[in-house]
Design a protein around this ligand. Structure first.
Ligand SMILES: [Zn+2]
Length: 288
């Protein structure tokens, strides 16, 4: 294996580097963790394995090009189909019906990347996969042998919350337990999918902030749904309170996130659901 490194790689610890970008990419002696959106940094570098944190296309933008070079690609079983066919995310967002192109976020659009091996069969000593579900079902972080944890979209730093005040998730309680699992992991550096690498102490602050935001959104829903809301009105209420931009892609991401909270609160008995005048309604339990 050559010693060449991606030209813009930043050293973090031991053999672990980050290739900074809109999506941060990890590099450990030929193992790549998620990709940036540009092939150039990897062009003159020996790469033999690509590990993908989850099935959103912005995390494997050039995965297809690495695979075409003979790089082995790993993704979790639950997310592999999303990597091999990004269209599944777009369909899922629209209850499997076909949405118009204008509705889909660019984060879900991308080129398919074949998956060779599931993360569940991991055997690469350069890193250890850590299950961090909640953003997607099969989301994983990767802890390199040098103590650097690549967390994909399991953690949003404070600064990201300003741009995305209602970030995408599908199961808020799983997001919360994944944040606690990150805290319990023995890392010295944490590299989120979007944002900047932080050392342990700063990472703890970002974990607390993310957990507090989840609790705030949950409280908002429980509090405001003492008056019954249709699904559509509940999404609009949360989006307005969080200060979301009014664009079709932002709206459709909010649909998934708000439904994630509604479904969980219903399961916990905190909310009730009923159908009236052919619309679905939600109301906090015990408020006739
Ligand atoms: Zn994502």
């Amino acid at each position: 294996m050559s010693n060449a490194l991606p030209y813009n790689a930043r050293h973090l610890a031991g053999d672990t580097y980050v290739i900074p970008g809109l999506t941060n990419s990890g590099f450990v002696d030929g193992l790549v963790i998620d990709t940036c959106d540009d092939e150039a940094p990897y062009a003159l570098v020996d790469v033999d394995h690509l590990a993908i944190t989850h099935g959103h296309a912005d995390h494997f933008s050039i995965g297809h090009a690495l695979h075409a070079r003979g790089v082995r690609v790993s993704a979790a079983r639950d997310d592999a189909s999303l990597v091999e066919n990004p269209d599944i995310n777009i369909r899922g967002m629209f209850s499997w019906a076909k949405p118009g192109d204008v509705l889909t976020t660019k984060l879900f659009r991308g080129l398919p990347c074949p998956v060779d091996r599931s993360v569940e069969e991991w055997d690469d000593p350069r890193a250890t996969p850590i299950p961090l579900p909640g953003h997607t079902l099969g989301h994983h972080g990767f802890l390199t042998r040098d103590g650097v944890l690549f967390t994909g979209d399991a953690l949003y730093q404070r600064e990201i919350w300003q741009q995305h005040p209602l970030p995408y998730l599908i199961e808020p309680s799983k997001v919360a337990s994944s944040l606690e699992r990150i805290r319990a992991t023995g890392f010295t550096w944490l590299v989120p999918g979007h944002g900047f690498p932080v050392e342990r102490e700063a990472a703890e602050g970002h974990l607390d902030f993310h957990l507090a935001q989840l609790a705030e959104i949950r409280e908002l829903i429980v509090d405001r749904l003492t008056k019954p809301h249709t699904t559509e009105a509940a999404i609009a209420m949360v989006s307005a309170e969080r200060g979301l931009r009014e664009t079709p892609p932002a709206y459709w991401l909010a649909v998934a996130t708000v439904k994630g909270f509604l479904g969980e609160l219903l399961d916990e008995g905190v909310l009730e659901f009923f159908v009236r005048e052919h619309a679905g309604w939600w109301q906090t339990s015990g408020h006739p």
